[in-house]
Design a protein around this ligand. Structure first.
Ligand code: I3P
Length: 106
């Protein structure tokens, strides 16, 4: 599974609020147990992650559709095993279902 998603880093690994909490639209690639972020398709084809970010490791991670989030629609919350949390915005319900199913398999 891959595609553009909005992302907001909500909680850092320390359990503290993340320092940069703004939304960024990036190209995401889901691999077994890893989620990688790229600026766009071009940097993906060159293998250059967004700001040199490391993959998010998905072992013991949880993915939850966040119906309570009222400011934006089609939001999911990814919680990693270290306690950090990211919100993702899909463009529509279909994308949300697609990512959710892929996350259950990853
Ligand atoms: C953040 C930006 C986010 C907002 C976040 C702000 O400001 O406005 O959209 O999250 O609120 O800190 P900046 O762009 O200056 O980093 P929401 O969209 O979820 O409101 P937060 O700090 O309450 O998470």
């Amino acid at each position: 599974q891959e595609g553009m998603l909005g992302r907001k880093h909500d909680v850092g690994g320390s359990g503290k609020k993340a320092s940069n909490r703004s939304w960024t639209t990036l190209f995401f690639v889901l691999k077994p147990e890893q989620l990688l972020a790229y600026k766009d398709l071009k940097t993906y084809s060159h293998g250059i992650t967004y700001h040199g970010e490391h993959p998010l490791f998905l072992s013991d991670a949880s993915w939850e559709i966040l119906n309570i989030y009222k400011k934006k629609k089609h939001i999911c919350k990814l919680r990693l095993s270290d306690g950090s949390e990211y919100l993702f915005q899909c463009k529509d319900e279909e994308e949300l279902q697609r990512w959710s199913q892929a996350m259950q398999r990853a």
